[in-house]
Structures are given as structure tokens and as C-alpha cells.
Design a protein around this ligand. Structure first.
Ligand code: PRP
Length: 204
């Protein structure tokens, strides 16, 4: 039976493809959302949806970020931390802003659960402004006091006049599996992990 793999569109996607499937050429574009051969089917979905596909058993394994895994609190089998996709979840505000204690902070984020946990841990009351992207814009136009978002190179923060306040967590790409599907495909999955880790180590 074919192994079904869910890969994340976006910044992790191409590296995730190369990690698992190079030297096969990267096959996806705006419209192409799945490819398959006789032994594997690969689905191309949003990083957060990788978790849903694997959770529901529609994919046997997937690659997503530790940040998305923790945000959704999903009980997936975490097979391996992968050697790419390193970034940090941070709080950030306008550089020009002088932080004054606020009774309630307006926090724009794609990570409402992680943001809530963090601000609870420092006893700061917040209102979440849930956004799906371009989060850095929120403080610039006065929609939020701070953001909770991913920083990789720091260029997006810089380009929008923001700076990091606090680091919440470090993230990286993770190989995850559905518990039941893993038992079924254990040999194939372990073989894939072994070959790909070795191949990656050689090209590193
Ligand atoms: C992510 C993140 C930041 C940016 C950080 O967004 O939400 O906006 O990357 O990267 P940098 O530190 O290298 O500049 P993404 O590119 O995934 O797009 P989005 O704004 O649509 O979420």
C-alpha cells in the first residue's frame, strides 16, 4: 500500500520536498497539489493543515513546524526533529514604541493559543487579534500593541520598524506520523527516515 506524505506549502515546503525526495525535481506550483508514483503519494497543503491530514489518517506522515504542532496541541507521533526550518516565536513591537504597562495588551497573531499561554505565564491580560498573515503590519497601523510571530532572518520585522521584545520558543521542522498509520507502515517509514538522514548528512 502506498505511503501518503503531507508536505507544507510555504517557507518549509521546498526544503521538505528536497529532504525527502531529492533528486526528484520539485513538482508543485499554484495548482498542482499532489503527485504520486507506485510507492508514494505526496500532498501539498498549508503547514497547519499537515497536522489535520496526519491526525485524521489521510496522510501517514507529514512535515510541519514545531510551532504549528504546539499551537494546535495535536497528539501526533513526533518521529524526528529535522535539520531545517529553524526559527523563533517572539513577541515584537514598534522600535519607536516606549513600552508602558498596559492593563490589557492588544496582540496580533497567527498563534492565539501560544500567545495566550505566554501572556498568562507573565500575568499580562491580553486581547487577541487573530490574523492569518502579514502580522507585522498590525502595530504599524495601530491595530495592535504587539505581535506574536515567527522570526527567521528578522528581515520582515526590520522592514516594518519592529523589534523583538521576548523569545517564546524555538521552532524547527518536524517529521510527524499518525500513531495507527505508523504501526501499519513502520518498516517503510523507518527505511525512508534512515535513507534520507544519511543522504542529508552527506550533502550537509
Ligand atoms: C513568516 C512570519 C513572518 C516572516 C518572518 O511569514 O509570519 O512574517 O515569515 O520571516 P523573516 O524573519 O525571515 O523575515 P510568512 O512568510 O510565512 O508569510 P505570512 O506573512 O503570510 O504569514
Amino acid at each position: 500500500m502506498k505511503l501518503t506524505v503531507a508536505l507544507p506549502k510555504g517557507r518549509l515546503g521546498q526544503t521538505a520536498w528536497e529532504y525527502l525526495f531529492s533528486p526528484w525535481a520539485f513538482p508543485f506550483d499554484e495548482r498542482k497539489l499532489s503527485v504520486e508514483n507506485e510507492s508514494v503519494r505526496v500532498l501539498w497543503v498549508k503547514p497547519i493543515d499537515v497536522i489535520a491530514y496526519v491526525k485524521m489518517g489521510a496522510a501517514d506522515i507529514g512535515i510541519t513546524g514545531l510551532d504549528s504542532l504546539q499551537e494546535t496541541g495535536s497528539n501526533l507521533y513526533q518521529l524526528q526533529r529535522l535539520p531545517f526550518g529553524h526559527c523563533k516565536l517572539v513577541t515584537a513591537r514598534l522600535k519607536s514604541d516606549t513600552p508602558t504597562p498596559l492593563e490589557k495588551l492588544k496582540v496580533a497573531t497567527k498563534y492565539p493559543n501560544l500567545a495566550n499561554n505566554y501572556y498568562q505565564s507573565i500575568s499580562q491580560a491580553i486581547d487577541i487579534i487573530p490574523l492569518q498573515g502579514s502580522v507585522e503590519l498590525a502595530p504599524v497601523i495601530g491595530l495592535a500593541d504587539v505581535i506574536v510571530d515567527i522570526v527567521e532572518t528578522g528581515s520582515t520585522l526590520k522592514a516594518n520598524g519592529l523589534q523583538v521584545d521576548s523569545e517564546i520558543m524555538e521552532s524547527q521542522a518536524m517529521l510527524v506520523a499518525n500513531h495507527a498509520r505508523y504501526r501499519f507502515h513502520q518498516k517503510a517509514i523507518q527505511a525512508l527516515i534512515k535513507t534520507r538522514s544519511n543522504a542529508y548528512a552527506k550533502t550537509d
